[in-house]
Write a protein that binds this ligand. Structure first.
Ligand code: FAD
Length: 383
């Protein structure tokens, strides 16, 4: 079976691996002239790590990444812990990794010549017997099935469903990586920590065995709508967005190299009722882009890749959408809802943290169990 994949992001590469492991002949077409990712970290939660365990890549990911002790929620100014639960209690590892390291591990695990760089997809055609991709350089290629893994502005999606703009969520993300040794006594704990505040939150975690600290600062602002990781942010702007935060956060910001500070407007879309048309289907951000407030966008793309390869191998492509829609839609909705949960520390809104704080003090196992549906899920056993 010959599979064409548009896009060599985390989703496209994982799908390519899952398909090649089932003996399919795969080609991945990427518009960028080289494989690269933004200079930032990514959290790979246990549900996604189960797929990488199946692919035999878990050890390489752990070796290049960082294994956090806890998943924590704190108040942004006081640093008060709202809850802290074990990150490694969901039956598979919870790992943080530099995005470039993950892309390197995935691409190195693929047979040579699977990835074709500098190939910009402009559309597709299909018949009863095959599906083909057309490229900006005037060439085309055909195969048995086509997977659109070409991200939030997917060309495949636009052709299948009709063109539409993603919606701006009113949030701006600041991102930077800081050498941990610079941070001294005010280093964030070796956990995945969400620091919550008014109309903003920060996420801190470590990468590369702890040598790097990853910073993501989210602020509700509607004066910036650019999506470009090459867009550098202004450090003084970042400082004013996070003025009077906990000294640990101010210290991280203080130590950011201005050349390594980027900003990115956050967009999402609502769930899509149809993912497949004939021999063409989609996965990841192409079909269910979401706010990163559950750190599940790539995890969903990784799960999609596994389930899709399973469906193709069984000749049941029509089942793929049915198997994935409810879960990905729920995660999209919860990611949006977390904006309200995370960004309410002023006035009466602060009271909304009380149940979280009480549960965190009285019954951490209860809090931990609330994440079971996300982290305990095993896509490798879905069929
Ligand atoms: C601030 C932030 C933090 C996040 N943190 C996490 C996290 O901790 N954990 C997590 O699971 N997720 C996280 N996410 C979400 C995650 O980054 C995305 O969901 C994930 O990268 C989507 O992968 P993808 O392969 O579907 O799409 P993409 O990564 O967008 O890949 C699409 C690929 O297709 C290529 N492409 C596009 N158009 C064409 C074309 N016409 N022809 C050929 N190639 C094309 C692109 O160049 C790209 O390589 C975060 C997102 C943000 C913004």
């Amino acid at each position: 079976m010959k599979i064409l994949i548009a896009g060599a992001g985390i989703g496209g590469l994982t799908a390519a691996l899952c398909c090649t492991r089932r003996g399919m002949d795969v080609q991945v077409f990427e518009k960028a002239p080289e494989l690269s990712e933004v200079g930032a970290g990514i959290q790979i939660s246990p549900n996604a790590m189960r797929v990488f365990q199946k692919l035999g890549l878990d050890k390489a990911i752990i070796a290049k990444g960082f294994v956090p002790g806890k998943l924590e929620a704190r108040m942004g100014q006081s640093g008060r812990v709202l809850f802290a639960i074990g990150a490694q209690s969901y039956g598979a590892p919870y790992v943080h990794i530099h995005r470039a390291d993950l892309i390197e591990i995935l691409s190195a695990a693929l047979p040579k010549d699977v990835i074709r760089l500098g190939k910009t997809v402009t559309g597709y055609e299909q018949s009863n017997d095959d599906a083909s991709l057309t490229f900006a350089d005037g060439t085309n290629v055909s195969g048995d099935y086509l997977i659109g893994a070409d991200g939030i502005h997917s060309i495949i999606r636009a052709q299948m469903i009709g063109p539409s703009q993603p919606r701006f969520t009113g949030n701006l993300a600041w991102r930077a990586i800081v050498p941990t040794e610079r941070l001294g006594d005010l280093t964030p704990d070796p956990n995945a920590t969400v620091w919550m505040s008014d109309k903003s939150h920060v996420v801190t975690y470590r990468l590369r065995g702890g040598a790097l600290t990853n910073f993501v600062g989210i602020v509700e602002r509607d004066d910036w709508q650019q999506e470009s990781w090459t867009e550098r942010g202004d450090l003084s702007d970042l400082k004013s967005d996070f003025k009077n935060w906990h000294p640990i956060i101010e210290n991280v910001i203080q130590n950011i190299d201005p050349d390594d500070l980027f900003k990115w407007a956050l967009f999402d879309r609502g769930p899509l009722p149809r993912w497949t048309a004939g021999r063409v289907t989609m996965l990841g951000d192409a079909v269910h882009p979401m706010l990163p407030f559950m750190a599940q966008g790539a995890a969903m793309a990784i799960e999609d890749g596994y389930v899709l390869a399973d469906c193709l191998a069984r000749g049941k492509l029509d089942e793929y959408h049915r198997l994935r829609l409810a879960r990905t839609s729920r995660i999209q909705a919860q990611s949006r809802a977390n904006m309200t949960t995370f960004h309410r520390s002023r006035g009466l809104g602060r009271l909304s943290y009380v149940p979280m704080w009480l549960a965190g003090r009285i019954a951490p196992p209860l809090v931990s169990r609330r994440f079971n549906w996300i982290y305990g899920f095993d896509a490798t056993k879905q069929i």
